[in-house]
Ligand binder design. Sequence first.
Ligand SMILES: [Zn+2]
Length: 479
Amino acid sequence: MNFETVIGLEIHAELKSKTKIFCSCSNKFGSEPNANTCPICTGVPGTLPVLNEEVVNLAIKAGTALGCTINKYNKMDRKNYFYPDLTKNYQTSQFDKPICSGGNVEFEHEGKHIKVRLNRIHIEEDAGKLVHVEGEPVSLVDYNRVGVPLAEIVTEPDLRSVDEAVAFMKKLKSILEYGEISDCRMEQGSLRCDANISLRPVGQEEYGTKVELKNINSFRELQKALEKEQRRQMELYTYGEGHKVVQETRRWDAAKGKTISMRSKEQAHDYRYVVEPDLPPIIIYDEQIEAAKNSLPEMPDAKRERFLKAYELTEKEVEILVGDKGLAMFFEKVVGFAVAPKIAANWILGDILRILKDRKIESQDITIDAENFAKLLKVVEEGKISNNVGREVLEEIFDENKDPMKVIEEKGLMQISSTDELEKIVADVIANNPQSVEDYKAGKTQSAGFLMGQVMKLSKGKANPKLAKELVDKKLSEL
Ligand SMILES: [Zn+2]
């Protein structure tokens, strides 16, 4: 029997506000544990939350960017559950009246146009973080993340393959990044998702039993976790054990490379949602929606169109550049320094991406500035240094944003393009390799290549290759 995969995602994006959702603690990542806390976010009895207007505006912005209906009347609710990282024993979230409803995300995938409907976006507070101390019977808790504002974006089960789900996440990430709604640093957990996956026989209307995979925080893990779970369910159905696919929550264990059952899936009523009595309903004004709309910068689809028109790049190149806001911005800055777009794109998609990967740096943190990078590309284009030397210089200047001209000068890397200087080197090579010269005369033309290699070696790679080759050929023809 053939099966069809059905996937829906719930994405948690930390909103880029200066302060937390209900207090004035900093919403900055990477502080000392428990440094960004106060009686409100640590849930001291008697304290009262105050909703951060910036969080509401960022959620409206997200809703606007994703084509949602903004609900002018929405409210906060308490979702009750116990866990040591949750200071109040309930999470202040939104239940039946979320801030945004509907909306969709559209993208191209393997030549197909895909439209994924969104169910809703609601705002809520994040929980803290437990740190399990290895080899010791203790767990530590860091409450810095408590009260960090989240937008939970819930899709309809519209995705039909693992690859589609990953492509969807990439598109959503780029929208949130371009919109400056979330910084989407997946490695820091500011963008993460839960995935619901089920299988059904091809042609069947109703959905199969779904399994929820928790807390996935990279594209790679999303791919691996879904593939693994898809295979697990497929095997159970194929071998007549379909009844073992039960509605449950499974944790993706990246280290073990498999999903592990955590608990049977709780129902909404298990959380005993109640209206948050300490916060009034949220009323949104038309002016707020208008302001959010106007504050959206150029979004990925518009940028893609513009790049395709403005620069002579392939669709694939544009897709990779625009898919990553940091790269796209860097590219445009470099082009702004009068570098040909094609050349800038080649270097960025080749060498810059490689360096970022090697050094595990996100594109938004590229250390070299566009001006220094552009200078380097120009000297390579002018033939003053070779591509290979250019690459070495890039490695050298990248981390500390050095001026490439200084490095080239200090290390004497300029190509030798003076005929006089090169003629001397060629003459030396010919004099020192009589056997190769004899071979050449005897008809072994490949000896010319060897002699050329010797010229490059003797010049420490600095000989202008075109000129050197001309001189070697000339010299040999004169013998
Ligand atoms: Zn606080």
